[in-house]
Design a protein around this ligand. Sequence first.
Ligand code: HEC
Length: 86
Amino acid sequence: MEIAPHRQAELIYLLRHDCGSCHGMRLEGGLGPALMPERLSDWNSEQLALTILYGRPGTPMPPWRPFLTDKEAYWLAARLKAGLQP
Ligand code: HEC
């Protein structure tokens, strides 16, 4: 997906810091579940992107719709499924 390199860097920063505050700095879990590829294999990218965009009502998982476009959420979902390199 065509996302400008500087925006990709911002999204990775968001993933490590904002998402990492709940899912763990290395996304191995914390208040939120681990976001490692093995654990996400039951979900397709669309399901993950929708979770990122709309959150999980009734849980601490917030909606990121105000900060991310659909395309960016799909890109993050694909990155999570591929495994984020440390
Ligand atoms: C305030 C804490 C918090 C933040 C910040 C947060 N999450 Fe979550 N997230 C959660 C919790 C808690 C769940 C589990 C919800 C449930 O019980 O179904 C979750 C679930 C998820 C899931 C579904 C995984 C699964 O196996 O159920 C994904 C994907 C996800 N988050 C991605 C993200 C991404 C990407 C970000 C950053 C853009 C993010 N989260 C930021 C708390 C958070």
